[in-house]
Design a protein around this ligand. Structure first.
Ligand code: OGA
Ligand code: NI
Length: 389
């Protein structure tokens, strides 16, 4: 069997090398926590954060042209022409790079502001406090800074706090935060519970529009994702003395299905389209939406899950909040029959989100080839045979 993780590169490697990076970390860096690093005035950033020349960020990337979708087109009594125009704009953007903006989305602006403000209540804590929610190796939820991950090079200049969200698990976000952080985090937990619920509602509405945009029934993807196992992630990118040498989030495609991103007004999101990096400028009150690998498979490759990254700056902290919609763990992922034909035959094997999650958590560092590499892995393992429909 081919093993995918070798060092930090996704290349085949000799079987003796462990598939997951672990122990061997640089002593100097390990002795220094991310908190100490970002608070320090050291202008020499540790080598683990330096990116090779060909991957170093371009801080003045041209702006990506993306449509702004008014979600009001979905409301009853709406204008059918406006709806079909919006669906067409979504179709065009998703075939190209998978990114678009949404406005008039119905998410309360006060909730959006609070979701960004409350982040400071957590990320401003002492490291020992944040570590009460420490994310362990191989886990998807909790607090993580670069040093607890499985990689030792090309580290991201950020810290994150992630929660599981499932619509069928009442108050799951609130309970998680109170369990890990204590009763003082009840209001904080409630706020992100409420925010996750708003994101889930918007994600399902987006799935209606996306269904229409692919010529399917309006309810097709909405029904598919009504039960889901999603993630809410708070990204905190501290200022960096050498923003031209490092990245807040390295180039990756989202393995999940649909991402709804709330970025603050600082800017830093970049997308690789037409062979170069473009920036996605912040628009007050709007969300950035993008297609993930799982949806690329669900659309039989018609909609693209595109490489993107986040750059940092030396002036100010940048914050973003991402909701990653994903199917139930064991639900079979396969394209709608209407999207498979002689001109566009099946691109990917049947799989489950559980399988892709395991692959990206344990065997592979997400990049532009994730879905192809995963498909090969599934085929090698014959695990598609085990899916019970
Ligand atoms: C992500 C991501 C971009 C950003 O969290 O997957 O791509 O701007 N974030 O924070
Ligand atoms: Ni992403």
């Amino acid at each position: 069997m081919v093993q995918y993780l070798s060092g930090t590169e996704n290349k085949p490697m000799p079987p003796a090398t462990p598939a997951v990076e672990g122990g061997a970390k640089n002593d100097h860096v390990q002795a220094l926590s991310f908190d100490e690093l970002i608070l320090g005035t050291e202008s020499d950033i540790p080598s683990q954060f330096l990116w090779p020349d060909e991957e170093k960020p371009s801080l003045d990337a041209p702006e990506l042209v993306i449509p702004t979708i008014d979600m009001g087109v979905l409301w009853s009594g709406g204008d059918p022409l406006a709806l079909s125009k919006a669906a067409e704009a979504v179709n065009e953007a998703c075939k190209k790079h998978g990114f678009f903006l949404v406005v008039n989305h119905g998410v309360d602006s006060e909730l959006m502001d609070k979701a960004q403000e409350y982040m400071d209540l957590f990320f401003g804590l002492q490291l020992s406090e944040k570590q009460k929610a420490q994310r362990k190796l191989g886990e998807s939820y909790g607090y993580a800074s670069s040093f607890v991950g499985r990689f030792t090079s090309k580290l991201p200049w950020k810290e994150t706090l992630s929660f599981q969200y499932r619509p069928d698990a009442p108050n799951i976000v609130e309970h998680y935060l109170v369990n890990r952080m204590g009763e003082d985090f009840r209001d904080f937990g409630r706020l992100y519970q409420e925010f996750s619920e708003a994101m889930n509602k918007l994600a399902l509405e987006l799935m209606e529009l996306i269904g229409i945009s692919l010529g399917l029934d309006q309810a097709y993807y909405k029904d598919f994702f009504t039960e889901n196992d999603s993630i809410l992630r708070l990204n905190n990118y501290p200022p960096c003395q050498k923003p031209d040498l490092t990245l807040g989030t390295g180039p990756h495609s989202d393995p999940t299905s649909l991402t709804i991103l709330l970025q603050d007004q600082v800017g830093g999101l970049q997308v690789f389209a037409d062979e170069k990096w473009h920036s996605v400028a912040p628009v007050p009150g709007a969300f950035v939406v993008n297609i993930g690998d799982t949806f690329m498979a669900l659309s039989n490759g018609i909609y693209k899950s595109c490489l993107h990254r986040a750059v940092v700056n030396n002036r100010t902290v940048r914050k973003s909040i991402a909701f990653f919609l994903s199917p139930k763990l064991e639900k079979p992922v396969m394209p709608a029959a209407g999207l498979v034909n002689a001109a566009n035959p099946r691109r990917y094997p049947d799989f489950t989100w559980a399988g892709l999650l395991e692959f990206t958590q344990k065997h592979y560092r997400s990049d532009m080839q994730t879905l192809d590499a995963f498909s090969k892995w599934v085929e090698e393992q014959g695990s598609n045979k085990e899916i019970i429909t």
